[in-house]
Each structure stands twice: as structure tokens, then as C-alpha cells.
Design a binder for this molecule. Structure first.
Ligand SMILES: [Fe+2]
Ligand SMILES: [Fe+2]
Ligand SMILES: [Fe+2]
Ligand SMILES: [Fe+2]
Length: 444
């Protein structure tokens, strides 16, 4: 499949009537978990398209180029609006968060298994375990405050259990900057994979940046029934407020880790690409992702949206190509080779792969541009100095408190495991391990 060989509609034809932007949301009780993930992925891709296009406008003085970008950007905004309201009214912020982290896990795992650049694979595997741990922390919060088991939201396709503990994710920012995949030495597929994951992580980062402050008492939606475990923890308004505060602090804490992830992946992007080349790369990536969604979607109604957006992206791509030809006298081949899409991206279960990565790399941390075992870093390292400053009191870290809170109310943490946990020190369901991978780390 080569989008440059497809007939593209005219830009003027792609603007939609306002009412069509509010499509019927999915049914949260029957939707396929990966349909939700695809919607989040493409919403994040549209955010990136808009953000990047605005950034170019601010750095280019030619108003012909700026007008062309404004026209395409308006269409990207329409697509984003249509996607963001596919989330139904009755799906809570926390339920939606579970899908964000499931997407992070299964998108990262798929990319890592289809990537050949070792530098990018290492980054993907490293952050994979962290989003996997975030999923576990949010799942514990979800069951505590709303009585919902996250297994049903992920459709049993992604395990929910501890990995490298979130308290270990707080590292010095100098360590998250890696080596870019730049110039002719990196393939266009590697560059596209790096762009896809950067946009997805950026979406998660933005979501948590915005949502933390909106947490309120309505999040504590669990009925105080005597026939279910955890009964009694919401007996007073004060305890409800305590858990609502904990939820807001969890979004703050994990939001800080997503900043690390966006810096990490963003630092891998090609730094030698020109602005209009990068614009072409963005439109090509959107085409590839919508094409992948079309090929893998199981909901016929949502599939129609992917097809419509793919067709619109062909117009964006043609416009990006025209700008590059007109103003830089280059064609797409200089950026994308012959333009044929790589293998279609599939969001699916990766249980065995995640277990393998967990076994091999749970005790890694950053050592500048590379990674190393935590027990090998010294007391004077950037990692340890940062940990000693920022994670001074582990007992008051929200990522730890949600697990302790769940254990106190239910007797154990919340998990969904298909087999025993592969790491011995993470098997205990009555104690949250906050030593593994941290400055106080020990050998696994
Ligand atoms: Fe778009
Ligand atoms: Fe995450
Ligand atoms: Fe992340
Ligand atoms: Fe686009």
C-alpha cells in the first residue's frame, strides 16, 4: 500500500459540517478494548498534528506556507473533535485512564517487536515496564474508589500486576535524553515508530497534566455496601476526601513520569529533518496509522470513521508534498524512500512479550544515554541524588499509598495475572515492594 499512489481529494472537500463531528459514542459495556485504544492513539496523533503545525507557523515567515498549514490544521482539528467525543458520557476519567495505559503497554510492545534499531528497542522496553506498572497502580485506585475491576476494561488482554515500581521512575532529567535516530543512518520506519510513540506518550502526559486538578469527590463513586470487600472505608466525608486527594496526587506523580517518557522518546526523533520534511512525515504517519486502524477495526461503525479520516489524510499528504516540492524543491522520496507502508500496526495482547521484558530488565535504570542495572549506580550518581531529593518519603508517594490503601481495605492488592508473577520479589500481594529499582534497590 502506497498512499502516494492513491487519488487524494481536494483540501476544500474535506471540511465537514459541524454536526457530523459529534458521532455516536461507543458503548462502554460492549466495546472492544482495542477500539478504545485506537481512538486514544488517533486522538493523540491529531493533537500532535495540530501542535506541530502551530510550531511550524511560529518559525516560518512565508504567509503562503502559513495559509496552507492553517487549512490543513483546521481539518486535523475537525478529526480530533470527532474522535475525542467517541468517549461516552458514562465512562469515568479513571476508567478512561485504564485504556490510556493499556494502549501504552500494547502499542509499545508491538513497536518493540517490529523495530530493528537497538537504541529505540531499548527505550521502548524500558518505558514499557513503567506504563505497565502505572496500569497496575490506577487499577488499584479504580477498584478502591468505584468498585470496578480493571480486567473487564482491558478485556483480559493485558495483565495487571506490578513491574518496576513507579517510585523508581523518578530519575534525574539529564538521564532521559537519548541519542537521536537521525540522517541517513536511521531508516524511515524507525523514525516513524519514534514519532508514533512520542505522540502517544505526549497524549498521556497532556491528559494527566489537565486531569489531576479536575479530580473531585464525585470520583469516589463506590457504594458502601456490606456484601462486598472494602466495605466501610467511605464511612465519612473526610475519608472520601482523603481518597479523592490520593487520586489527584496519583495523576500528579504519574504525570511526572510521562514527562520523562516524552523527553526520552522525543530525544530519539530525527534532528536533521527540515520543517517541511517533518510536516510530510507527520501526514504520512497519520495516513499509515489510519490505514492500520481501518485494517484492524472490528466495529463497523468506527471503521467507517477510520476510512473517512484516511481519505482526508490523503489530501493533507498531497498538500505536504506540494509544499515540500514548491519551497524546498524536494520530493517525498528524500524523506520516505518509495513511500510503501511497512507492516500494518496491530493493537493486540502481548502478555508473553511483556513477561519476557519484565524478567530481563525490571531492575534497570538510566545511565546517561544508556541503561544499567540499578545496583551498579553509585551514591553520587544523578539517579540517586534525584531520588534522595524527590522521593524522600516513600510512604507518602501516591503510587505506593494506592496499593497500601487497597491492601488495607481488601486484604490484598488488585491484580489480573494469567500465571504466577515472573519476579520473585513482586509476588507478594500483601506488601507493596518500593525497594526494587530504586536508589535502595537490591538484586532481583
Ligand atoms: Fe489528522
Ligand atoms: Fe504511563
Ligand atoms: Fe508513559
Ligand atoms: Fe493530517
Amino acid at each position: 500500500m502506497n498512499p502516494f499512489e492513491m487519488k487524494a481529494p481536494k483540501m476544500e472537500k474535506v471540511y465537514a459540517e459541524m454536526q457530523s463531528l459529534y458521532a455516536k459514542p461507543y458503548d462502554k459495556d460492549t466495546v472492544d478494548p482495542y477500539t478504545k485504544c485506537r481512538i486514544i492513539l488517533m486522538n493523540g496523533t491529531e493533537f500532535e498534528a495540530v501542535k506541530h503545525s502551530h510550531a511550524i507557523q511560529r518559525m516560518i515567515g512565508n504567509n503562503d506556507i502559513r495559509r496552507a498549514l492553517a487549512c490543513v490544521r483546521r481539518s486535523e482539528q475537525q478529526q480530533q473533535k470527532r474522535l475525542s467525543c467517541l468517549k461516552p458520557l458514562n465512562e469515568s476519567v479513571l476508567e478512561h485512564t485504564i485504556s490510556y495505559e493499556q494502549l501504552a503497554v500494547d502499542l509499545t510492545a508491538w513497536l518493540a517487536q517490529h523495530e530493528t534499531d537497538r537504541n529505540l528497542v531499548k527505550a521502548l522496553n524500558f518505558a514499557l515496564l513503567e506504563d505497565f506498572d502505572h496500569l497496575y497502580r490506577y487499577a488499584n485506585l479504580l477498584e478502591m474508589v468505584s468498585g470496578i475491576a480493571a480486567k473487564s476494561l482491558v478485556g483480559g488482554q493485558t495483565e495487571i500486576m506490578p513491574a518496576r515500581p513507579t517510585v523508581a521512575h523518578h530519575r534525574h532529567p539529564v538521564d532521559s535524553v537519548k541519542i537521536p535516530a537521525k540522517g541517513k543512518s536511521a531508516s524511515s520506519v524507525t523514525k516513524m515508530h519514534a514519532s508514533i510513540i512520542t505522540a502517544a506518550e505526549q497524549q498521556t502526559m497532556n491528559y494527566y497534566m489537565n486531569i489531576a486538578g479536575f479530580g473531585n469527590m464525585s470520583w469516589i463513586a463506590r457504594e458502601n455496601r456490606s456484601d462486598i470487600p472494602g466495605n466501610g472505608i467511605w464511612s465519612t466525608e473526610a475519608t472520601k476526601a482523603h481518597y479523592a486527594d490520593m487520586a489527584r496526587r496519583l495523576y500528579q506523580e504519574i504525570g511526572m513520569v510521562e514527562e520523562d517518557h516524552v523527553t526520552r522518546y522525543g530525544s530519539l526523533l530525527d534532528t536533521e529533518i527540515g520543517m517541511l520534511e517533518c510536516n510530510l512525515m507527520h501526514e504520512y504517519t497519520e495516513c499509515y496509522l489510519y490505514y492500520s486502524c481501518m485494517q484492524t477495526e472490528t466495529d463497523p461503525r468506527i471503521k467507517k470513521i477510520w476510512e473517512m479520516h484516511f481519505n482526508e489524510e490523503l489530501a493533507h499528504l498531497a498538500e505536504a508534498r506540494r509544499l515540500l516540492q514548491t519551497y524546498e524543491k524536494k520530493d517525498f522520496g528524500e524523506v520516505l524512500g518509495d513511500g510503501t507502508f511497512p507492516e500494518v500496526l496491530v493493537l493486540k495482547s502481548n502478555i508473553e512479550y511483556v513477561r519476557k521484558v519484565l524478567k530481563g530488565t525490571v531492575n534497570l535504570t538510566d545511565c546517561k544515554e544508556d541503561y544499567c542495572k540499578v545496583e551498579t549506580v553509585g551514591e553520587d550518581s544523578d539517579f540517586v541524588r534525584y531520588q534522595r531529593k524527590v522521593v524522600r518519603n516513600k510512604g507518602r508517594m501516591a503510587s505506593h499509598e494506592v496499593i497500601e490503601g487497597h491492601i488495607a481495605a481488601f486484604g490484598t492488592d488488585y491484580r489480573f495475572e494469567t500465571a504466577p508473577h515472573p519476579i520473585r520479589s513482586l509476588k507478594d500481594r500483601k506488601t507493596d515492594n518500593v525497594v526494587l529499582g530504586t536508589a535502595d534497590g537490591v538484586k532481583v
